[in-house]
Ligand binder design. Structure first.
Ligand code: NAD
Length: 294
């Protein structure tokens, strides 16, 4: 079984390496030649284009920033579609607009291929450990054919519905994470302004109802002023923009998402878009003229 792997960034590179370790033959492509070199050194074959990565591959995995990148890599000039044989399965693991997933799928099916959208949650550490949460959209029989591959990359693989459902689920994930991080920043700032150490608040509440994976991952980063990504503000802006676009299309209200989006735009305008999304606390610190450092 040969896998064409396209997109060797923060997430794609460790995922590709895990597939090599599991014994799969990989043909890899990215614009960034250093990333390609590193994965070739780990045992992959170098592809010269996205079409070339697809040529001879039974499965193609894409791990790219957003909808336009996936459309360019698959449908564009020298894109994967040009190299795909009928029966090939495209597994797009990027977080993109679910409408774009459906559009790409329609083109893939025209050449006799199949597609799943399979975005992930867990970030770089879980990509390295092979313990991502994978949310899948598509047909059960297509998933059955690539399930062993996805099990190498993730701790859980959940079919959420037809094509686009993986990305719809990912949007839900991103809304919940963004609102939670903002709430943590808001609460710690209020505590500080009232004279209670953020560290004491964190310790006191983490085992109660307010405790969460977000609280445990992000409150320490806020208190340390450590905003090394992780998950960058500019990627979270992309996800919230996709959520707001789709919410607008179907008439689903997103007041919390819209508010946090405004805060993230403030961070971007102030030069913080490459920082971890825990930097949302900076918004509160700026307005309250304080900080939550321990
Ligand atoms: P990244 O920017 O580090 O990597 C993306 C890679 O795609 C880059 O190396 C880029 O050169 C390559 N690329 C872009 N267009 C291309 C094209 N047309 N052909 C070939 N290669 C191309 O991004 P990332 O952090 O790895 O994220 C990838 C996806 O995973 C995003 O949708 C992101 O939202 C999602 N995600 C990221 C994290 C995280 O913590 N970083 C967590 C969960 C999900």
């Amino acid at each position: 079984m040969q896998i064409g792997f396209i997109g060797l960034g923060i997430m794609g590179k460790p995922m590709a390496k895990n597939l090599l370790k599991a014994g799969y033959a990989l043909k890899v492509y990215d614009f960034v030649t250093d990333a390609v070199d590193e994965v070739v050194q780990a045992g992959a074959q170098r592809a010269e284009s996205n079409a070339d990565a697809a040529r001879g591959s039974d499965v193609i995995i894409t791990m790219l920033p957003n909808s336009p990148h996936v459309k360019a890599a698959v449908l564009g000039e020298a894109g994967a579609l040009e190299g795909m044989a009928p029966g090939t399965i495209l597994v797009d693991m990027s977080s993109i607009n679910p409408v774009a997933s459906k559009e790409v799928c329609a083109e893939v099916e025209k050449v006799g291929g199949f597609m799943l959208d399979a975005p992930v949650s867990g970030g770089e550490p879980k990509a390295i450990d092979g313990t991502l949460a994978i949310m899948v959209g598509g047909k059960q029989e297509v998933l059955d054919k690539v399930n062993d591959i996805l099990q190498v990359l993730g701790a859980s693989v959940t079919l959420c519905g037809d094509i686009g459902s993986g990305n719809t689920t990912k949007l839900a994930n991103q809304i919940i994470v963004a609102s939670n991080i903002a709430a943590v920043g808001e609460a710690l700032t209020l505590g500080k302004m009232l004279g209670v150490e953020p560290e004491a608040i964190y310790k006191a509440i983490r085992s109660g109802l307010a405790g969460s994976t977000v609280l445990d991952a992000k409150a320490p980063m806020m208190m340390d002023g450590d905003f090394k990504p992780g998950f960058r503000i500019n990627l979270h802006i992309k996800d919230l923009a996709n959520a707001i676009d789709t919410g607008y299309e179907v008439g689903s209200p997103l007041p919390l998402t819209s508010t946090v989006m405004g805060m993230m735009q403030w961070l971007k305008a102030n030069g913080h878009e490459m920082e971890d999304h825990s930097a949302l606390v900076r918004y509160y610190e700026y307005l309250a003229k304080t900080d939550v450092r321990r």
